[in-house]
Design a protein around this ligand. Structure first.
Ligand code: URA
Length: 220
């Protein structure tokens, strides 16, 4: 997996840019893609991202016995994981995580822009009680300004999650968002499928895919 040459930052990881991934991204970017296909193909990319995130978890030796009666020197994950989704769009990634990690605990955070201050405001959070002992897969499909993600990461750090145990997974991000998150939280890993050019005046990623939550949940 390529590490992005982002100002010598090695903590932003891009999925291998295979033809398959390019096809999947083209489908979800297309404004003419139906909602059903948008969900189906987004889910496929989410699955690839979750699988890649698991590659970043440490393992320890574990010896097992095969049905052949032979001891095999295998490995197992060192720690446990949980997901934290940033509502609403991040909830779209929960199923993909559950498909790969059965029974995984998933916390939720609702952060919205305060109309008066224009700053991200925390409205709701519910995190697993033992989150400080887990690796956290932070779920949000689009990394634009990074404002909501940064507020969520602040919350995780306050809950005593070590910064280097947070893996932030998104489908599409932009240089501004990467810069903001990796500068504020240099130990966090970002795992993404594509880095776009930037943002428009409304803070939407361009070329992007529009509003991910609306397209995934069919609210527009
Ligand atoms: N959220 C979205 O859904 N799309 C963007 O382009 C940026 C943030």
């Amino acid at each position: 997996m390529a590490s992005l040459p982002w100002k010598n930052d090695s903590n932003c990881f891009l999925l291998p840019q295979t033809n398959q991934l390019k096809v999947l991204l083209t489908i979800i970017r297309n404004r003419d893609t139906s909602r059903g296909d948008f969900v189906f193909y987004s889910d496929r990319i989410i699955r690839l991202l979750v699988e890649e995130a698991l590659n970043h978890l440490p393992v320890v030796e574990k010896s097992i016995n095969t049905p052949m009666g032979i001891e095999f020197p295998g490995v197992t994950f060192q720690g446990r994981i949980c997901g934290v989704s940033i509502m609403r769009a991040g909830e779209s990634m929960e199923q993909g995580l559950r498909h790969v990690c059965t029974g995984v605990r998933i916390g939720k955070v609702l952060i919205q822009r305060d109309e008066d201050t224009a700053l991200p405001k925390l409205y709701y959070s519910k995190l697993p009680e033992d989150i400080s002992e887990r690796w956290v897969l932070l779920l949000d499909p689009m990394l634009a300004t990074g404002g909501s993600a940064a507020s969520t990461i602040d919350l995780l750090l306050k809950a005593n999650v070590p910064e280097d145990r947070i893996l932030f997974i998104n489908l599409i991000c932009c240089p501004e968002g990467i810069e903001y998150i990796t500068t504020r939280f240099p130990k966090i890993k970002i795992i993404t499928a594509e880095v776009d050019q930037g943002m428009d005046d409304h803070k939407f990623i361009v070329p992007g895919l529009g509003d991910f939550g609306d397209r995934y949940f069919g609210t527009k």
